[in-house]
Design a protein around this ligand. Structure first.
Ligand code: SF4
Ligand code: SF4
Length: 293
């Protein structure tokens, strides 16, 4: 585990973690890192919920290493959370209809860094003789339509983070972590034997959302300019339409000169922006503050 943390923290401290090639600021604050067992039954439950197309960790590993697959018991899923910086959250909190430039930079260049972190971990483990793969970067990864959840994919970074004890899903579908919901996530599957992180919330995937804990909040619904969030949950189609039809063209025409699927207004200006809200979930795990890794 120490080696994994070293590789990820090294990637995090590198110039790749920037809001742009010449930007002086980091894209993200220090990561949270967790591990789940590939043999954890939670993975089967996730697959049953999302759809047959969804990969169990050992299925993804077998696609990456078709000549030498391994059983789930020999694999771990390493997951991380990349918190948006206070500056990015502050800028974005002030926005009502369109994303802040800083958020759009984090969405584009921050995700490039997230890709770099996945590759760095796979390469770093390979140097130590450990086989690994990053499902979200595999050529077989694809978007899919889930019978029950609409837009989905063969691997979900947020579900990997949930399995690794890093957070639970809010009403808006974002992952509420110890550093809040204004985050990105990444993961790598590796043939290693390290202990899994505890999941303080068990299988309760809504434990950290105030709406499910108290019946009140809906702050994310009020923040959404597309009306895509309600007490019934997150309307992925309405969200998709707003991003493709309004915010991505705005980023192209008025911000960066190229389209970026940037929005996330529901991730700031809400009680779960940078922490697990008070009064939500009793099994919260250790509190983490800005700067904690
Ligand atoms: S803003 Fe409130 S209702 Fe929405 S995800 Fe956060 S805690 Fe849940
Ligand atoms: S990402 Fe934007 S459009 Fe989608 S739910 Fe959040 S605020 Fe609404």
């Amino acid at each position: 585990m120490q080696r994994i943390e070293e590789i990820l923290n090294q990637a995090f401290a590198s110039p790749e973690n920037r809001l742009g090639p010449d930007h002086p600021e980091p894209a993200f604050d220090a990561p949270l890192i967790g591990v789940s067992l590939a043999a954890d039954p939670i993975w089967r439950r996730i697959k049953d919920h999302i759809g047959d197309f969804y990969w169990l960790p050992h299925e993804a590993f077998a696609l990456a290493y078709p000549d030498a697959p391994l059983p789930a018991t020999a694999l771990r899923v390493i997951s991380w959370i990349l918190p948006q910086t206070g500056a990015t959250r502050g800028d974005h909190r002030a926005c009502k209809q369109l994303p802040s430039p800083r958020w759009s930079l984090a969405r584009h260049y921050g995700e490039k860094f997230n890709e770099f972190a996945r590759r760095a971990l796979v390469a770093g483990l390979a140097k130590a003789g450990v086989r690994a793969c990053a499902p979200a970067l595999m050529p077989q990864w694809s978007r899919q339509a889930s019978p029950d959840y609409g837009f989905a994919s063969t691997w979900s970074e947020r579900h990997a983070a949930f399995a690794a004890g890093l957070g639970c899903f809010g009403l808006s579908d974002g992952l509420i972590t110890a550093r809040g919901k204004a985050v990105r996530a990444g993961s790598v599957i590796a043939a290693i034997s390290v202990p899994a992180a505890p999941r303080p919330y068990g299988d309760d995937h809504r434990a950290y959302c105030l709406f499910f804990a108290t019946g009140k909040c809906l702050a994310c619904a009020k923040r959404c300019p597309a009306g895509a969030i309600s007490a019934q949950g997150h309307d992925k189609q309405a969200c998709h339409n707003y991003i493709r039809g309004v915010t991505a063209p705005h980023v192209q025409n008025d911000q960066l000169g190229f389209p970026v699927n940037s929005c996330g207004l529901c991730q700031t200006g809400v009680p779960c922006e940078a922490r697990i809200p008070k009064n939500a979930g009793t099994n919260r795990g250790p509190e983490r503050k800005e700067g904690d890794s």
